[in-house]
Design a protein around this ligand. Structure first.
Ligand code: SF4
Length: 375
């Protein structure tokens, strides 16, 4: 693996940390990793060892202050996302931070969006109400059908997480008119054969916003590739059928590709802008370019600390996501064959979809793109 950016120098004085990092205006996304612990053991997890290390109250305070000061310094809106491990293992801390963030946003007159990315197993109707009352947007990870989900998302220690995750999804669906939510499904060779069936099942269950996250680091052989291309084509058909039925569902990355076609006449995959519009705070207080880069928080990819700010600015990859590039090629700046082949297939499928949509395509309303959370 190519070296990322070791933390080896002290940064600027407190308060100056964001000046050279985050572009003015726009949205600053700060991920707060509340714990390394998780009650699942997903086969494609990239968050490293599930050690029982949680964020202390002191680091949480510093993280909140850092996020607001950085957003204020740059004149940005703030999007605060809670991650893990499984962040709902720390729901008391999460709800407390969310409440304090709401109060701080009002006092500082800073626009604020709150989000949590969860495996859903600990979600209850009560917790959905508590999160909703604080306007914490939920992104729940579920991989489609029961067979797909069980192929990749066992409980830590063994056994199925399906019933618990579906109960969490049902709680979200029951409250969706008041609290819209997102679903994340990870595409891996172990579940790709059922991708379109899984998307259809989720849509039928009441999911209206779905992100399909590729496991770039998996071994995608020719058979798996062939299945992926076929399944993505069928996902596009599910999207089109829903649209014809008068139902607008969001399926990423299809929606972004359509938007790119609409605005630029071609599908262009942007870089992920590490540390530009995204930052993350680990339980230790170390800063990373995004929540996905935290991993085991061993410091190798760290770019600073909440106590003294960002000290190293990683380069934006020309193509794809830095973390995904590292997983596939070992170099944050270089996208691998899996990424490139996927993006070409997506462009081709989107082009055909655009043709089939015809004039409707020009009228599609594409809402502001949200970041893709970790699985
Ligand atoms: S992918 Fe998420 S839910 Fe699965 S083991 Fe890793 S942290 Fe837990």
């Amino acid at each position: 693996m190519a070296p990322l950016v070791p933390l080896r120098v002290r940064g600027p004085a407190r308060g100056d940390e964001a000046s050279a990092v985050v572009p003015r205006g726009g949205v600053l996304e700060v991920g707060v990793v509340l714990t390394h612990a998780c009650n699942l053991a997903c086969v494609y997890c990239y968050t490293g060892d599930k050690k029982r290390v949680r964020m202390s109250e002191a680091v949480a305070d510093a993280a909140l202050d850092f996020a607001f000061r950085t957003a204020a310094a740059r004149g940005s809106r703030l999007q605060l996302g809670f991650f893990g491990g499984e962040p709902l293992l720390e729901r008391t801390l999460l709800l407390d931070l969310a409440a304090r963030a709401r109060a701080r946003a009002e006092a500082d007159a800073i626009g604020l969006t709150l989000q949590v990315t969860t495996n859903g197993t600990l979600l209850t109707p009560t917790l959905v109400e508590q999160l909703g009352a604080l306007q914490v947007h939920v992104a729940l990870s579920i991989d489609g059908t029961q067979a797909q989900h069980e192929a990749g998302r066992p409980l830590a220690g063994g056994g199925s997480s399906w019933e618990a995750t579906r109960a969490g999804l049902d709680a979200l669906v029951a409250a969706r008119d008041r609290f819209p939510f997102d679903v994340i499904a990870v595409i891996d060779p172990c579940n790709v054969a059922g991708l379109a069936d899984g998307v259809l099942e989720l849509v039928d269950a009441g999911v209206e916003s779905l992100t399909l996250n590729m496991n770039w680091g998996a071994r995608w052989d020719d058979a798996a590739w062939s299945q992926l291309e076929d399944q993505l084509e069928r996902v596009a058909a599910v999207f089109l059928a829903a649209l014809r039925d008068g139902r607008w569902i969001r399926i990423q990355p299809l929606e972004s590709a359509l938007r790119s076609q609409l605005e630029r006449g071609e599908v262009v995959t942007a870089g992920c802008s590490p540390a530009g519009r995204r930052l993350a705070v680990a339980p230790s207080g170390r800063l990373y370019a995004c929540a996905r880069a935290v991993g085991e928080d061993d410091g190798r990819a760290s770019i600073g600390h909440v106590d003294h700010g960002v000290v190293v600015t990683p380069a934006d990859p020309a193509h794809g996501c830095s973390c995904a590039n590292v997983e596939e090629t070992g170099d944050a700046a270089i996208a691998g064959q899996t990424r490139i082949r996927h993006d070409r297939a997506l462009a081709s499928i989107t082009g055909r979809l655009a043709v089939r949509l015809g004039k409707e395509f020009a009228h599609i309303s594409v809402i502001e793109q949200r970041p893709t959370p970790s699985p």
